[in-house]
Each structure stands twice: as C-alpha cells, then as structure tokens.
Design a binder for this molecule. Sequence first.
Ligand code: AKB
Length: 341
Amino acid sequence: MSRQKVILITGANGEVGHGLIEKLSQQTPRPRIVTLDIRNIAPAMQPLVERHIVGDILDTILLSTLINEYDIEAIYHLAALLSTHSEFNPEAAHRVNVQGTINLLHLAAEEGRLRGKPVRFLYPSSIAAYGVPTLEAKAAAHPATETDFPYPTTMYGCNKLYCEHLGRYYTFHYQQLSAAPSVGVDFRCVRFPGLISATTVPSGGTSDYGPEMLHAAAQGKPYACFVREDTTIPFMAMPDAVKSLLLLAEAPAEKLTQRVYNVTSFSLSAADFAQRVKQAFPDAHISFKPDKARQGIVDTWPADIDDSAARKDWGWSPDYDIERAFNEYLIPTIRQRYQNA
Ligand code: AKB
C-alpha cells in the first residue's frame, strides 16, 4: 500500500492553524493537509484539508497509525495550552505541552527513518520562554536575543523553552546516531511575540489583552484590560506569524545557523494599544483593572526582542508594521467581521 504524502498540522483549529491552512492551500502544487485537534475543524477550513482527525496528541496509538497511512513530509506542531490557562493546571499543561511535543518528535523521527529523509518539524515557541527578573531590568534591557533571560516563570514558558531544547536534541541525536546523517528530524522554531488575529479571538493566553480589546470594541462591548497601562510587549499580526513559519520551513538547511529564531514586528504599551483602538472605534469603553497574576507574567516578558538572526539567515521581515497592522489588517477586517455577523 502506498502512503499518501501529506503535511500534518496539530492544534489546527487554533488561530495560527487557520491562517496556516489557508496559506498552505494556496500553494502550487497544493499540498495535502491532514489536521489533528481535540475539537472539530471550523467549517470554513474543512474543504481545504484532506482529512481532519479529532484526537489527542497524547494518544500514541493514534499517532502511530498516522505513519501507516501517510508519508508525512512536514509537521507543524501548534497544539499547546497557553500561558494563563497552563497556570491553572500546570501538570496537565506539562503533559500536553511537553509529552505531546515528545510524541510528535518521536513520530517525526520514525517517519524520517521510513522515508530516508528528515521530516521538517515547525514549532512555535513564545516570548513566554523569557523571564526578565524585574521591571527595572525590563526597562533597561536592549531587545532580547534568543539566549537572554532563559528563566521563564510560567509552566507554559518552561515548557516552550524545554521543547526548544528537545527539538535541538532530536535533530542532533539522529544526525549523530545514524549511518545516513540526513535521516531524522529537522527541527525549526520561531519564538513568537503576542499574536493578534482579526478573525479569531484567542483563549487562555496572557498577551490576549491586545486582541480582546480590539474584538470587544468592534462589538460595542466594554473591556477591562487585565494589565497596567504602561505594560509593553512585542506584538505581531497573524499573517506575519504564518509568513514566518512558512519562510522558515522553506529556508535552505545550510542557511540556518541556529534552530530557534525570534521574530517580531512592533512593541507597544497597553495604553497605546487602547489609544489606537479608540481612534478606530471612538465609542470603545476600555478600562484598566490589572490582575496580579497575569500582570506578573507579562512583567517578565521583554518589551522588545531582537530578530536579527532570522532576518540575516532566512530573509525574515514582517509585512505589517504598526500602521499597516492596524490600518490595513486589524481594523478593517475586524469591522467587517462583526458587521457581517
Ligand atoms: C500567551 O499569551 O500565552 C501566548 C504567547 C505569548 O505565547 N499568546
């Protein structure tokens, strides 16, 4: 029986997943996409995918059956519990975020052995992998490089940082062991800032105050922001997040000098964010009611990150700076979304 060549996306029903499915399905030739998520796939995505599997990345029997049916050339492993959510049940988060990732890395290694060619493994890490010790250090810091402040304070951040290392380990382990050094896993990781989508509202993240503010204003709902006005972190519009994953996936292996790359677009404070939302939606009612725990998390994330390695190695640059992100993507798309609704 011949196995069908596919791209596998886990956590496909999340906000990065939708954008990724749309972009991948515009490629020529159009790749066959198999998606895996604990929920049903959104109806709009269904026609774009070969098959959607409702299942759990902790189900190793399910994962091993995938190998029988499919020749998996690339894996985009997006499934994760986000930072705030993970703090409510850290051990469950560890199982999903770490054991789930090991299961997928193992699947990639097995698949690499079968196809005699490494499987590209794209992994979204996060600014949560950082842990800036104090607000003074945050204010004084230069844009953080990938190796700065490796002391995350959340379970999610610890999981992301560790999985970056696991990806590196799986890549080099198989290169060293194998008689054919090209067999195994080709792990490539982007560290995302806070992502903002005009079409989906995130859940369970700590950078969510930005997108929540926008989506609430567009629906005429009041919004109480859970961080202080001066809180500053980097953000990126969702199309750029998808662009970065696809660019990194396509980069020639010899160009990559590291396995983990920061990507970013613009930094702004929660007050500036609110200001931009109010310019677009003058009736927006935004108040600030900091939540101690969530504020504590964002305070350990750098205000800006250095993505010069990604720019140099694989030509990364965002399409959406702050003006384009708000004026050409976020505001018009969100307005339209809720008008249509
Ligand atoms: C979260 O807030 O947990 C995520 C992230 C920054 O990775 N959006």
